[in-house]
Design a protein around this ligand. Structure first.
Ligand code: ADP
Length: 209
């Protein structure tokens, strides 16, 4: 069973890669950013609360975010493993996630970090602004999101490095190549940590059972 995180700065391609990898591994991808955006679009209470922060590129407060993730992880589809995209981003969220996992007696198997240089992130996000029109893809807000990533989320990754479950993967180049690198990284961390019986091979086309 794979319970994993994909971490990376805004514009690193986390969302794209999360859906590809989760398909391949047969687990559900859970993106906190997507859940928030869905709630904003549907104008739910959660969406109204989150929007105040998202438009400025700030983190939604931990209590709101943690509660939302805890609810999501209790759903039946998350019982077979999951890939969290965009969570945890703060020390408080790491603690909350540990508590959620502990409740079930499970540990994280793998954390993958996608690395992309800041100047490339900025140009990717500015060109996405033209096509997707996300409210938080303006140059000022992009810079703030990058700053928060460097100030808080990199320390989150370091805390997982201390647990020896992190693999760093180069997030530049062709999308298919990056997916392949990520899958290789997942397999090698799982093998190294012995968290799972290793039965699949990377070129097996089907989802694992
Ligand atoms: P990005 O990684 O490009 O910033 P996301 O789609 O992952 O984009 O997140 C968009 C916004 O949603 C964030 O700027 C933040 O306001 C909110 N958000 C997403 N995940 C979290 C989180 N774990 N904690 C707090 N806020 C979050």
């Amino acid at each position: 069973m794979t319970r994993m995180l994909i971490m990376g700065p805004p514009g690193s391609g986390k969302g794209t890669q999360a859906s590809r990898i989760s398909d391949k591994l047969g687990i559900v991808a859970i993106s906190t950013g997507d859940i928030f955006r869905y709630n904003v679009k549907e104008m739910t209470e959660l969406g109204k609360e989150a929007k105040k922060y998202m438009d400025n590129g700030d983190f939604v407060p931990d209590d709101v975010t943690n509660r939302m993730v805890a609810d999501r992880l209790r759903q039946p589809d998350a019982q077979r493993g999951f890939l969290l995209d965009g969570y945890p981003r703060t020390a408080g969220q790491v603690e909350a996630l540990d508590a959620m996992l502990k409740e079930d007696g499970h540990a994280l198997s793998v954390v993958i970090e996608l690395t992309v240089p800041d100047d490339e992130l900025v140009s990717r996000l500015l060109s996405r602004a033209d096509t997707e029109g996300r409210a938080d893809d303006t140059s000022e807000v992009i810079q703030h999101r990058l700053d928060l990533y460097h100030e808080q989320t990199e320390a989150v990754i370091e805390s997982y490095v201390d647990r020896d479950i992190v693999a760093r993967v180069d997030g530049t180049g062709q999308i298919d190549d990056i997916t392949e690198r990520l899958l290789q990284a997942v397999y090698s961390v799982r093998e190294r940590t012995g968290s799972l019986p290793v039965v699949e091979s990377v070129d097996a086309g089907d989802a694992e059972s």
